[in-house]
Design a protein around this ligand. Structure first.
Ligand code: ADP
Ligand code: GN1
Ligand code: MG
Length: 352
């Protein structure tokens, strides 16, 4: 750590404290006489080529600064030798951001207004980059939201994973197998010209938006997974993470619910920015977006559980089982309301 701090010109007595709740990277708050910063260590198991991320952030930052100069977009601070990514030698890479003053972040949406603001931020991000050629961005995680691949990995885990865990998870496994049509629908999207590859964030949980003290959205952060993708990834992950009053960590599945007013808020916030950018077919796919992301996250958690927790960090023995059951439950409750939600989305869209 001292080596990293000195690469940025911080003195050894600078205060560094762990910060945030992400599952993949490590984040610290750095308080120094030069100001307050966010320091991050990239997870090399997940991101094999960190330089691709730094390049993407640079391209996006450059484009936004040119075309939307008043937009707030945290760009990495350069080290004393001018690098946006510091290689600490032991195969670990660090970057530093200025801490956005007076910003707060939340781990759960507590009001529909917060969901609206976050959706507007993620929609605005894709809208501002609508004329940026998305295919110029590197695929920092190739096939990240490829549902067919996630399904194949799940099937492989059924072949090679822990027999004991396969037994324990069998109700979850059966349900996920019964919903394979969600994969078929995704495969149709891939060949449907009505669905566009756009600049997509791919991790739209609410902790990846900074808010001001009045609750207005300031900007989106956590750009490691910004890549070309489909809008269903971003909208679907908002449904996945804002609709329920409890997070994916909740063990008591009775607490999992679909909050209809949050659904409306997400659709309104996103369409406020994206209505004229999306195609007619995309505008009809809001409910599918939720199924797509809930199904994918359930597959990913259960796959990791069967593989003995090689990807997601776990804090207790059955952690990934709990997460998978949570996400399957949320998927089922979402599906129970899907025709109502479809009507709500269509009505909101018609109002624009
Ligand atoms: P992770 O991959 O761990 O989720 P994030 O980039 O989302 O990493 O950062 C974790 C947390 O750190 C965020 O939820 C937010 O609270 C805070 N954070 C990150 N960047 C900034 C920033 N530039 N200014 C203020 N807070 C930030
Ligand atoms: C990971 O790092 P974090 O917590 O923002 C994961 C997401 C999952 C999420 C589930 C690179 O995101 O795809 O949706 O956990 N990121 C990666 O909590 O795998
Ligand atoms: Mg984050």
């Amino acid at each position: 750590m001292n080596q990293v701090l000195s690469a940025y010109g911080f003195s050894a007595d600078t205060s560094v404290t762990p910060h945030g709740t992400g599952l993949i990277n490590r984040t610290w708050l750095v308080r120094s006489d030069k100001g307050t910063y966010i320091l991050q260590q990239l997870n090399r198991q997940v991101f094999a080529r960190p330089q691709l991320i730094a390049d993407n952030i640079e391209m996006v930052g450059h484009y936004l600064a040119d075309h939307y100069p008043t937009t707030i977009f945290p760009r990495p601070v350069r080290s004393l030798t001018g690098q946006t990514l510091v290689d600490a030698g032991d195969d670990s890479h660090y970057r530093l951001y200025p801490f956005i003053e007076n910003s707060v972040s939340i781990d759960l949406a507590y009001t529909p207004q917060q969901a609206f603001e976050a959706a507007r931020q993620f929609g605005g991000f894709t809208r501002m980059l609508a004329d940026f050629p998305a295919n110029r961005l590197h695929e920092t995680l190739p096939d990240f939201h490829d549902l067919s691949l996630r399904y194949r990995s799940f099937r492989e885990a059924l072949q090679n994973g822990s027999a004991q865990r396969i037994e324990k998870a069998s109700p979850i496994i059966d349900y996920l197998q019964s919903q394979k049509r969600i994969v078929a629908q995704y495969e149709n999207i891939l060949t449907n010209p009505g669905f566009k590859r756009r600049v997509t964030h791919h991790d739209t949980k609410i902790s990846n938006v900074l808010f001001d003290k009045q609750g207005k959205g300031i900007c989106v952060i956590d750009l490691d997974t910004v890549m070309p993708g489909y809008f269903i990834s971003d909208v679907g992950d908002m449904f996945r993470t804002y609709l329920s009053p409890v997070t994916e960590e909740e063990k008591d599945i009775d607490k999992i619910q679909i909050r209809q007013d949050y659904f409306e808020a997400i659709v309104k916030g996103y369409l406020q920015e994206m209505h004229d950018v999306l195609t007619t077919e995309e505008r009809q796919a809001f409910v599918y977006a939720g199924e797509f992301m809930l199904y994918m996250q359930a597959l990913r958690f259960v796959t990791d559980y069967l593989n003995n927790d090689i990807y997601y960090g776990r804090r207790y023995e059955d952690h990934n089982f709990v997460r998978a059951l949570n996400q399957v439950t949320l998927l089922q409750r979402f599906q129970q309301q899907s025709s109502l939600l479809q009507t709500i989305a269509a009505n909101i869209s018609a109002g624009f």
